[in-house]
Design a protein around this ligand. Structure first.
Ligand SMILES: NC(=O)c1ccc[n+]([C@@H]2O[C@H](COP(=O)([O-])OP(=O)(O)OC[C@H]3O[C@@H](n4cnc5c(N)ncnc54)[C@H](OP(=O)(O)O)[C@@H]3O)[C@@H](O)[C@H]2O)c1
Length: 392
């Protein structure tokens, strides 16, 4: 618990030894933190709107002696915090007692921040930072003082007019940008990056029922490029660059590879992997593109935390609860949602048409229990309905 006077309005000039140019936040949501040597108090600075149009500097004091041991009260950070997976990650981290530095691109957009600020524990332990993947040094203050770095931010679109600028550069340069910030500080013990099964399965090998995909599989950049799989290429190149940089710079990195993520959403904006569910709920005439590699968003967030907390975690982790075939999906949908009209056809080139297996062994070795797909599907549609994305 923070002391009752954790949040005081202060006059910045009353802390001349700390309040220098170095500590002035460039924008009102960017925080600085440091140890006040005379009182051994961790000081966190930010600016807060007091009345419309006015701002005051607020300092939050955290007394070192009151920190809890273990995972609780450790400082970690999450990039792209307003996103679908990251919002769950922030929620679970706060629930476990972590202090979370969260980066967003636009801290003034309530659609990107309000759902985070409303989370339990956010008032005391969530700090928002403004950062952009393409801005050099943008993540320096975010990672400074953090033990764990969760890098989730990347553009997630399955088509692009200019794939290089829209997908590949932010993914690759952005990942290196974040890792460069990590390499500058000694506090970072482990970096967990959110890669994807997109960086695992796209290598041209046939995906037949007898095939077991596991962490030894790597997508082939040339295959992705020839097949114009631009998002898959961005994730493959970003992961490759991340491993190279981490090895060269002695960073302890772990990569998580979720399949197609669904489950309830916390953010008010629909993200790419939930779009097909909304299309189905609104009466799509054919099955929209989605991969048959299912995983629940809560499992993905949980796996990231387990990979940070488990000292022996290393390398890559496929996160796929189940591979569904088309007929299984249709049957489940009919059972769970008789009101929704599910298209009965699925083209030969649709990802649902292939059937193979993905190893759960490494993910389960972290202590992850995958949520049954029935529960995920039910919670996905219920969440979309509750958030008024559709009414049936
Ligand atoms: N959803 C899936 O099925 C799935 C599966 C496997 C892997 N993943 C991976 O999981 C991660 C999160 O995906 P998601 O589904 O949660 O997507 P999402 O909801 O679209 O979140 C992506 C986040 O990245 C941020 N971002 C994009 N471009 C940025 C930039 N130039 N600078 C800073 N931030 C930027 C976005 O910020 P804004 O809010 O400002 O746009 C957003 O917060 C991604 O790395 C993705 O590749 C997702």
């Amino acid at each position: 618990m923070l002391p009752s006077d954790a949040e005081d309005m202060i006059n910045p000039t009353s802390l001349p030894h700390l309040w220098s140019e170095k500590f002035l936040p460039p924008s009102r949501f960017v925080w600085r933190h440091g140890l006040r040597p005379d009182t051994n108090t961790e000081m966190v600075f930010y600016k807060k709107s007091v009345r419309r149009g006015t701002e005051k500097v607020v300092v939050q004091k955290r007394y070192q002696g009151e920190r809890m041991s273990g995972g609780a009260e450790k400082v970690v950070c999450v990039t792209g915090a307003s996103g679908y997976i990251a919002s769950w990650l922030v929620k679970l981290l706060l629930q476990r007692g972590y202090t979370v530095n969260a980066s967003v691109r636009d801290p003034n957009d309530p659609k990107k921040t309000e759902h985070l600020l409303m989370l339990d524990g956010a008032k005391e332990r969530l700090h928002l930072f403004k950062a952009d993947l393409l801005e050099e040094g943008s993540f320096d203050s975010l990672v400074d003082g953090c033990e764990g770095v969760f890098h989730t931010a990347t553009p997630v679109y399955l088509s692009a007019n200019n794939p290089q600028a829209e997908l590949i550069e932010p993914a690759v340069k952005g990942t290196l940008n974040v890792l460069r910030s990590c390499a500058k500080v000694s506090s970072v013990k482990r970096v967990v990056i959110t890669s994807s099964m997109a960086a695992v399965v796209y290598n041209g090998k046939p995906l037949t029922p007898d095939v077991l995909v596991d962490e030894t599989w790597f997508s082939d950049p040339a295959f992705c490029e020839e097949s114009k799989l631009w998002y898959m290429l961005s994730k493959t190149l970003a992961e490759k660059a991340a491993w190279e940089f981490s090895k060269e710079n002695g960073i302890d990195m772990v990569a998580m590879h979720p399949g197609w993520v669904s489950g309830p959403l916390l953010q008010p904006i629909i993200n790419t992997s939930l779009e097909p569910f909304l299309k189905l709920a609104k009466g799509a005439e054919s099955i929209p593109f989605m991969s048959p590699r299912w995983v629940d968003v809560r499992d993905v967030a949980n796996a990231h935390i387990l990979a940070f907390e488990n000292p022996s975690a290393s390398g890559r982790y496929c996160l796929v609860g189940r591979v569904l075939q088309f007929f299984e999906f249709v049957k489940l949908m009919h059972e769970l949602f008789p009101d929704i009209n599910i298209p009965e056809k699925c083209g030969d080139d649709h990802p649902f048409a292939s059937s193979y297996m993905v190893s759960r062994e490494r993910a389960e070795s972290l202590g992850l229990n995958f949520t049954p797909v029935e529960v995920t599907l039910k919670d996905t549609f219920e969440s979309l309905r509750a958030s008024n994305f559709f009414n049936i």
